[in-house]
Structure formats: structure tokens, C-alpha cells
Design a protein around this ligand. Structure first.
Ligand code: DER
Length: 232
């Protein structure tokens, strides 16, 4: 379908434009990154590239391993050349909402270790303001025993509504790869996201937010006709 085609086009463009022999890569999570990993495996095969990949979830680690790509970690490879990842929404300043796949904590750590951070997405993610198209709120990873006071603190300080993310094929709440819960905070109007990100991060019990502020250098958007645009 057109969305799948758009994801693939953006992923291929990013891998073809930014991956070179000898690099250490950060590899994100979600559905768009699957196409990026497929293209990376193709290029490694065809061009006999020597790259190492640091995953950001069990999902991306499994995909990298299945494709026979060299998997590393931040203990062995703490400095990355390029990180490539999806996003739930990208605003005009390249601020991101991420965490739709509940992987934003490791994704943010890996992205922070990269010299260059590239986002790949279909056109639905290309917004002026956060919240225009993505209506599920900002994901926030929290320590399980504190999720109720964190909800209360966020709603008191910043308004909106924060809800515990419940499993789809799992009874009870979603549990992240780090053993924590996810809150989805539906904010009521656009904010000073840099300030909000810091305020939420300071609340005791918050592990990480899905607000990636001043992190991405470039975002590729796949269009319905298969073409790709980018912003930076
Ligand atoms: O959960 C995440 O952070 C994902 O990267 C998400 O932001 C994008 O997932 P998608 O490529 O499946 O839309």
C-alpha cells in the first residue's frame, strides 16, 4: 500500500545517502526501520561494507541478527557515526515525538551518541506543530511503582491527560525492554517543548520522554507517489 511504499522510499534514501564503509551505526525501532535494515543488509552484501550496528530494542537487535549484520553495543561502541530511526511526528524545527513503539529510552540514548541523527518517516509524520497529526500523546517511560504520582504531577503541572499504556497481546500494562511502564500524555495545546521536556524529566519516577528536542539533523519523508523529500 502507499504508506508502506512511502516508508520504504524514505528508509532506502537515508541508508543510501548516509551509510559508508567502516561506520558505526545506531539503528532505531518501529516499522519504518525494518526497511532501513533490509536496505542496509542489501548494501553490506553488494558492496562488502564493514559496518557495526547498535540496536535500540529487542526488536531491532533481532532484525539485525536475522539479517546477519554485525551487532554491537554502547560499551564496545560508545561513539556512533550515524543514527537512523523513525518518528511518530516531526515538527517544523525537527523536534520529534517518539515512543509509539515503547522504545524511546534506548532510542534517545543511541541517538545522543551519534554524530549525525537521521529520521525516516512517511508523510503522515510531517507536521508544523507537534500534535497536529499524532493524537496518541507524548510517550513517557516511568518506573512502575511511581506511575500514579507521575500522572498526577504531569497533569497538575502541564495539564492534559496522561494514561498508562495497556498491552494489546499482553494482559496488563505494556512493559518496556527496560522493565518499565509507558504513559501516553495527551497535551491540550502546543508548548515550549524544550522546557516541557526538562520539566517532565525532572519528575521523580520519570525515566525518559518521547520528546526528542534539538536532536535530529535531517528528516526524510516518503510521499504517496514514492518520491522522498527531506528537511534539515
Ligand atoms: O517507537 C518509536 O520511537 C518508533 O521509532 C516510532 O517513533 C516510529 O515508528 P514507525 O516507524 O512504526 O512509525
Amino acid at each position: 500500500d502507499l504508506i508502506t511504499q512511502a516508508k520504504q522510499s524514505a528508509a532506502y534514501q537515508a541508508i543510501d545517502n548516509h551509510v559508508k564503509n567502516g561506520q558505526a551505526l545506531g539503528i532505531g525501532s518501529g516499522s519504518t526501520i525494518v526497511f532501513a535494515i533490509n536496505r542496509l543488509a542489501e548494501r553490506v552484501q553488494e558492496e562488502n561494507l564493514n559496518v557495526v550496528c547498535v540496536p535500540t530494542s529487542f526488536q531491532s537487535k533481532q532484525l539485525l541478527t536475522e539479517k546477519g549484520l554485525a551487532v554491537s553495543d554502547l560499551e564496545r561502541t560508545p561513539s556512533l557515526d550515524v543514527a537512523i530511526d523513525g518518528a511518530d511526528e516531526v515538527d517544523k524545527d525537527l523536534n520529534l515525538i517518539k515512543g509509539g513503539g515503547a522504545a524511546c529510552t534506548q532510542e534517545k540514548i543511541v541517538a545522543s551518541c551519534a554524530k549525525y541523527f537521521v529520521v525516516i518517516a512517511d508523510h503522515r509524520k510531517d507536521s508544523k506543530l507537534l500534535g497536529e497529526q499524532w493524537k496518541k500523546g507524548v510517550p513517557i517511560e516511568v518506573i512502575p511503582m511511581g506511575y500514579v504520582p507521575v500522572i498526577r504531577a504531569i497533569e497538575k503541572k502541564l495539564g492534559g491527560k496522561a494514561e498508562l499504556r495497556m498491552g494489546a497481546n499482553k494482559a496488563g500494562p505494556v512493559v518496556t525492554d527496560n522493565g518499565n511502564f509507558i504513559l501516553d500524555w495527551k497535551f491540550d495545546e502546543t508548548k515550549d517543548w524544550k522546557k516541557v521536556n526538562m520539566e517532565i524529566s525532572m519528575i521523580p519516577g520519570v525515566v525518559e520522554t518521547g520528546l526528542f528536542i534539538d536532536m535530529a539533523q535531517r528528516a526524510y519523508f516518503g510521499m504517496p507517489d514514492g518520491s522522498v523529500t527531506f528537511r534539515e
